[in-house]
Design a protein around this ligand. Sequence first.
Ligand SMILES: Nc1ncnc2c1ncn2[C@@H]1O[C@H](COP(=O)(O)OP(=O)(O)OP(=O)(O)O)[C@@H](O)[C@H]1O
Ligand SMILES: [Mg+2]
Length: 423
Amino acid sequence: MASVLAATGEEGLSLLEHQAFDLVLLDIRMPDLDGVTVLRHIRSRHPATPVIMITGYPTIDTAVECTKLGAEDYLVKPFRLSDLEASLSKLEGPQEPDADSRPAAERGLRIDDSRDRIIGESPEMQSLFEKILKVAPTDSTVLITGESGTGKELVARAIYAHSLRKDREFVAVDCSSLVETLLESELFGHVKGSFTGALETKHGLFELANQGTFFFDEISNLSLKIQAKLLRVIQEREFMKVGDQKKVRLDIRILSASNRDLSECISAGTFREDLFYRLSVVPVHLPPLRSRKDDVPLLVNHFVNKFSHRIRREIPQVSEAAMEILKEYAWPGNVRELEHTIERVLILEDTDLIRPRHLPSFISQRQGDFQMFSEEPFSLEELEKQYIRFVLLKTGGQKTRAAEILGINRKTLGLKIKKYGLG
Ligand SMILES: Nc1ncnc2c1ncn2[C@@H]1O[C@H](COP(=O)(O)OP(=O)(O)OP(=O)(O)O)[C@@H](O)[C@H]1O
Ligand SMILES: [Mg+2]
């Protein structure tokens, strides 16, 4: 595992923007940003990256604050290597015996050597995993599409992790975050004096991470000018620094992602059709969470385990009624919204059984829209099933109360729950 040293907080954050790290060791007193501020940034921008704080000036307040913010550990300088090792082994945590007794592909696709996986056992996700494993070892370009929060970046990382370039760099470039000139010099580099402000020659990412994998995120935001340059780079497999005459050979794998429909961008004239074809030799589409509801319980349990471990609390159970609500909610923000919801519940609710009342109200309230008349007519039996489900949700799964409302006895309700598979 390679390690990279950042001299300041700013520098560390900028490294994290371009590359995935397995671990961040973060000092608290630093020349520019203090460690706690940096930690806050890392938690919001890179929630999956573990952080261990180190400090020569320990105080209880900062230790508590860092733990609350989600630091994995807090080491006081000077420390021995064995202290760091101990802290690292805690990080790996207990293995999930349940998860590992089943074939990995059944529950999710491993992303790398860590415990991170793309979770899913719905048929859509199973065929996605197959596709990822097939395309990963090739050098083909892959265009990953899907709504926000469906896991596009995760898929890009999985492709990289299963590729032959896995020991080279993975560089994620967010095409929406930089203005055009900066992005250009960031990618290509520039020679001293090539434009006002180019005081020194700068090596671009293409040069630094040659032979690696480039992930162009939010690719629809690339300006037409850079699209033209990128197309040329892909076709000719060489590039030049801004203001330079010398060509450098380039050997990179290109993955890209977009949550906008690129064919619309092509029609609107903001995206080049020829570049589109180059980038999407293998297209991968991620379905929205609402169209694969059967994955919800698996994801919920995954995040409950993950955050319980992170904030060091007992792993709570999720009641059937709560799970049902989570399954029925439309998740406009997809897996990311689900992940944040679980994180929030675990932080705010000190309970060993998560019930409907512990869920954010906007999620449970949606259950109020019981629709008697959908567009498709259906049988009385289906209506009965839907109505019983609705009443169970409303009563938070309390069968006696639900039976009362339905005007049947508890035993009959029990039979119907069994018959309709609502239990
Ligand atoms: N199938 C999954 N299994 C486990 N975690 C997932 C899955 N899908 C998404 N996530 C998690 O959800 C969050 C959002 O995923 P990701 O950043 O890959 O989405 P995205 O499609 O790139 O979204 P955006 O378009 O907003 O950038 C991440 O924290 C990711 O780890
Ligand atoms: Mg993304």
